[in-house]
Design a protein around this ligand. Structure first.
Ligand code: GLN
Length: 487
């Protein structure tokens, strides 16, 4: 059974269909594993055993009746704790929502249920998804399964650690500036941010609405393709969701990539990249050449502004989105306020952590009269230019590659008192959110301490099929060199 937990979704599905194991047994085995390791890993904020077992029972019934099942039926999943699942606590790892129970399902949660995917529980994140290490959670630290002294990355640290630590087979996270790709890279798994609008954001607690996307984590490219297929599609509850057909992403994995044009982002392999990361990514590029791809160097000169642009736009949107947490309708309310204004200010002072407060203040400043033109408007203009840089690049190449992050997972505590150095962790990932394009991180090697390194692949909007196929070809070519985390 231990071995089965380490398998991919397709392998687990085979075991289910061959009746080597029941879906209920598989879910129970995951809970046993969680009991054994989560004290050390700290991935889960809460469990929803009853719901998960109910779903598993339904899967077993359908298997017994010989019904055809959706591809991920019975495959245990962990859900980021900023996604609503009816009847469970949805906290965004914030004190202000510590006791909030979701009165409704996010659209992705509805889709998970329709696909008979058992949801094991809700996993930890940086408070309101603001961070790169999951150290900003109000509740607990999540540790990297490869080295528990190191961070799992963030903000979807629980989503990545649970899959890498074999507590779940697949998971969902959200990515506003890299929060899926960065933890996937730090934890040695596959993580994917879809095209903006591909997946409904209805029921995702908003951080920066023009950048947020929900996306899949898995141990292999195929698992993420299957999970994206399950959660994608138009939704009338989200006006930014795209009314486009959803291709069968997992069917796109079989083509060879001879003649594919792969662009290497020059600026992301320049100075500041750790030597081991550089070598691993250069080796991946060599591998692509061997597979018949054409390699072309691409310059994205505006990339250096992406962090600055992001920290104006994301904080501006956050300051507005988080205005709703005021102690009136839901969430924490201060116990000792003498009047309404004091109720608001005390509630927010008590409920939000330092990083969230920092972002609200930055965003409010950027939007305030007199500064709007200098900051917010300029940042919007630059965002457009960054997108145009990508459009031009994609006239020449099919996809772009780079390190997901210039470094591997760092020690817990080493960056937490220096927000700027934490922000710089996202230099490779943020621009994809600004441009709205899909991006993936997949394992491409290890540093001298044995920590995983991620290769980022970016594709033009709505070309996830191409992205999955190019990633899959690399994964298959290097699969014998993949290692397992130590935990
Ligand atoms: N690390 C980035 C931030 O703190 C991105 C977070 C995310 O993608 N949710 O804003």
């Amino acid at each position: 059974m231990e071995e089965l937990l380490k398998k991919t979704a397709s392998e687990q599905r085979k075991a289910l269909l061959n009746k080597e194991i029941s879906a209920v047994e598989l879910v129970n085995a995951e809970y046993k594993r969680i009991e054994e390791v989560d004290e050390k890993l700290g991935a889960f904020n809460s469990l929803c055993k009853e719901q998960a077992i109910e779903t598993a029972k339904e899967v077993d019934k359908k298997i017994a009746e010989g019904e055809i099942l959706p591809p991920l039926a019975g495959i245990p999943l962990a859900l980021k704790d900023n996604i609503n699942l009816k009847g469970t606590k949805t906290t965004a790892s914030s004190k202000i929502l510590e006791n909030f129970v979701s009165p409704y399902d996010a659209t992705v949660s509805v889709k998970l249920k329709e696909n008979l995917i058992p949801i094991l529980g809700k996993v930890n994140l940086d408070e309101f998804a603001m961070g790169s290490s999951t150290e900003n959670s109000a509740f607990k630290l999540t540790r990297n399964p490869w080295d528990t002294n190191k961070v799992p990355g963030g903000s979807s640290g629980g989503s990545a650690a649970s899959v890498a630590g074999y507590e779940a087979t697949i998971s969902l996270g959200s990515d506003t500036g890299g929060s899926i790709r960065l933890p996937a890279s730090f934890c040695g798994i596959v993580g994917m941010k879809p095209t903006y609008g591909r997946v409904s954001r209805y029921g995702l607690i908003a951080f920066a609405s023009s950048l947020d996307q929900i996306g899949p984590f898995g141990r292999c490219v195929e698992d993420t393709a299957l999970l994206l297929e399950a959660i994608s599609g138009h939704d009338s509850h989200d006006s930014t969701s795209l009314n486009m057909p959803v291709p069968a992403f997992s069917k796109a994995l079989t083509n060879d990539i001879k003649g594919a044009k792969i662009g290497v982002i020059k600026e992301l392999l320049a100075e500041g990249v750790a030597p081991d990361v550089k070598t691993a990514v250069e080796n991946a590029i060599k591998k692509y050449k061997e597979l018949g791809a054409e390699i072309i160097e691409i310059s994205l000169p505006l990339l250096e502004y992406s962090i600055g642009v992001y920290y104006i736009l994301a904080t501006a949107e956050a300051s507005s989105n988080l205005a709703r947490f005021d102690g009136v309708k839901y969430g924490h309310r201060t116990k000792d306020a003498k009047n309404l204004l004091e109720m608001y200010t005390k509630t927010r002072a008590e409920g939000f952590g330092d990083e969230v407060k920092r972002r609200i203040m930055l965003g409010t400043y950027a939007l305030s009269a007199g500064y709007y033109d200098a900051y917010y408007k300029k940042a919007q203009q630059l965002r457009r230019l960054i997108k145009e840089d990508f459009d031009k690049a994609f006239e020449k190449v099919d996809v772009l590659v780079s390190p997901t992050c210039p470094n591997t997972a760092f020690e817990i505590g080493s960056k937490i008192s220096d927000p700027l150095s934490m922000y710089l962790t996202d230099i490779g990932t943020i621009s994809a959110n600004l441009a709205g394009i899909p991006g993936m991180s997949l394992p491409c090697g290890y540093d001298s301490d044995g920590m995983p390194i991620g290769l980022q692949i970016l594709a033009p909007a709505l070309q996830e099929e191409k992205l999955f196929n190019i990633a899959y070809n690399f994964e298959q070519a290097v699969k014998d060199t993949q290692k397992c985390p130590l935990i």
